[in-house]
Design a protein around this ligand. Structure first.
Ligand SMILES: NC(=O)c1ccc[n+]([C@@H]2O[C@H](COP(=O)([O-])OP(=O)(O)OC[C@H]3O[C@@H](n4cnc5c(N)ncnc54)[C@H](OP(=O)(O)O)[C@@H]3O)[C@@H](O)[C@H]2O)c1
Length: 329
C-alpha cells in the first residue's frame, strides 16, 4: 500500500518538508494501523521544523502530534478494524511518525477509541487544547474543588486551552471568571459561560506577600507572573492547575500560599498522561464539550500540500483558531 505523507528531512543544520509518496514499510512499528482522516497543526508541529529544535528526536520525520481516523489493522484485543480512534501525545510526531500522512502505525497503548458522539473531525477540533482543559478540571476535582468552593479564575482565557476551560467549567456548574488581555473577546468569553471577564492584571498591586482570597481555584494557562499572582490570591485550601507558559516559564513566588493557606499547585501534563486516564477523560469530554462552538474554533482546512506555508504562519503567530489537515485532499 502506498500513501502520501508530509516528510521532514534534515541535512546539516537545515530542515525541509515535502509531500512524498511512501510505502507502508516506511512506517514505524506498532500494533495498530490507522487510515488518517484528520490531523491538526499544533505549535509543537511548527517547532519541529525549526533548525536546532530539541523537540524532534528522529529524522526523517512525519510530524503531526495528533490525529484521528479509522483502524484498518489491529493486533490488539479491544481495538478492532473499522473503529474510529484518536491518537495524541507520547512520541507521536516527534520521535514516531505522526498524523500528517494518509496512514499511521502506532502502539496500541497510545490509541483512544472515540466516543460515539464525537466525529473524527470534532476529535481534532477539540484536540490537545481541549484535552488540556478537561485534564485541568480533572486535577481540580480530584483535589476536592467543587462549584461550592467559590469562583474559578481562568487565565489566558481567549486561547485554545482557556476558552475550552471556560466552557467546560460553566457546563459543570462552576462560577467562572475569565482573565483575558483581549477586550474584543470579552463578549465571546461571556457567551461561553464566563460570569465575569477581567483583564490580565486581575488584582490591584498591594505590595503584600499574600493577596485577597478571591478564587476557589485557578486554571492557569499563562505561567510566569500570572501564576504567581494566582497563587497569592487563591482562597484558603484552594488549588491552581498550571498548564501553560505563554507569559513566561519562570515562577517567582513565596512559600506562604502553601504554608499559610494550604494552597495546592497542581501540574497538568498532556503528553505522557497514562492511557487509561486519557481514554476516560475523552468520554468525559464527549459529554461536556460545547459542540455548537466547534466550527468557531476552526480557521481553515488544508491538504498536505499546504503544510509548509501554514506551519510558517503558525511559527509567526499569524493564525487564530485551528488549521485542520485532511490528508486525502
Ligand atoms: N501542559 C500541557 O500538556 C499543555 C498542553 C497544551 C498546551 N499547553 C500550553 O498551554 C498554554 C496555552 O495553550 P493554548 O493552546 O491555549 O495557547 P494560545 O491559544 O496561544 O493561548 C494562550 C493565551 O495566553 C494569553 N497570553 C499570551 N501571551 C501572554 C502574555 N505575555 N501574558 C499573559 N497572557 C498571555 C492570551 O490570552 P488572553 O489574550 O485572553 O489574555 C493567549 O490567548 C501554552 O503555553 C501551551 O504551550 C500545555
Amino acid at each position: 500500500m502506498r500513501f502520501p505523507a508530509y516528510v521532514l528531512t534534515k541535512q546539516g543544520d537545515s530542515i525541509t518538508g515535502s509531500v512524498d509518496e511512501l510505502d507502508e514499510s516506511a512506517l514505524r512499528p506498532g500494533e495498530v494501523l490507522i487510515r488518517v482522516e484528520w490531523s491538526v497543526i499544533n505549535f509543537k508541529d511548527a517547532m519541529v521544523t525549526v533548525p536546532g529544535n530539541r523537540v524532534a528526536r528522529a529524522f526523517p520525520l512525519i510530524p503531526g502530534v495528533e490525529l484521528t481516523g479509522t483502524i484498518v489493522e489491529s493486533g490488539q484485543a479491544g481495538l478492532s478494524t473499522g473503529q474510529r480512534v484518536l491518537v495524541q501525545g507520547y512520541d507521536l510526531g516527534v520521535a514516531h511518525h505522526g498524523g500528517f500522512a494518509g496512514y499511521a502505525r502506532v502502539p496500541a497503548e497510545w490509541v483512544v477509541p472515540l466516543p460515539e458522539t464525537l466525529s473524527t473531525r470534532l476529535g481534532v477540533v477539540i484536540g490537545i487544547a481541549g484535552f488540556t482543559a478537561v485534564l485541568s478540571l480533572h486535577q481540580l476535582v480530584r483535589h476536592g474543588i467543587t462549584p461550592d468552593s467559590g469562583p474559578v479564575l481562568v487565565t489566558g482565557a481567549s486561547g485554545g486551552v482557556g476558552s475550552t476551560t471556560v466552557a467546560l467549567l460553566a457546563h459543570k456548574g462552576f462560577e467562572v471568571v475569565a482573565s483575558s488581555g483581549k477586550t474584543a473577546e470579552h463578549g465571546y468569553l461571556e457567551s461561553l459561560g464566563a460570569q465575569r471577564v477581567v483583564g490580565r492584571q486581575f488584582t490591584a498591586p498591594d505590595g503584600r506577600t499574600l493577596g485577597p482570597q478571591l478564587w476557589g481555584a485557578v486554571v492557569d494557562c499563562v505561567g510566569g507572573a500570572t501564576l504567581a499572582e494566582a497563587l497569592r490570591t487563591v482562597r484558603y485550601g484552594g488549588a491552581v492547575a498550571a498548564s501553560g507558559l505563554t507569559g513566561g516559564n519562570e515562577l517567582a513566588t513565596t512559600v506562604y500560599p502553601f504554608i499559610v493557606r494550604g494552597v495546592a499547585l497542581l501540574g497538568v501534563d498532556t503528553v505522557a498522561t497514562p492511557i487509561d486516564e486519557r481514554r476516560a477523560l475523552w468520554w468525559d469530554m464527549a459529554e461536556a464539550f460545547p459542540v455548537g462552538r466547534a466550527d468557531d474554533m476552526v480557521s481553515e482546512e488544508i491538504g498536505l500540500g499546504g503544510l509548509t506555508e501554514a506551519l510558517g504562519r503558525v511559527l509567526r503567530a499569524e493564525v487564530r483558531g485551528r488549521i485542520l489537515i485532511d490528508p486525502s485532499r
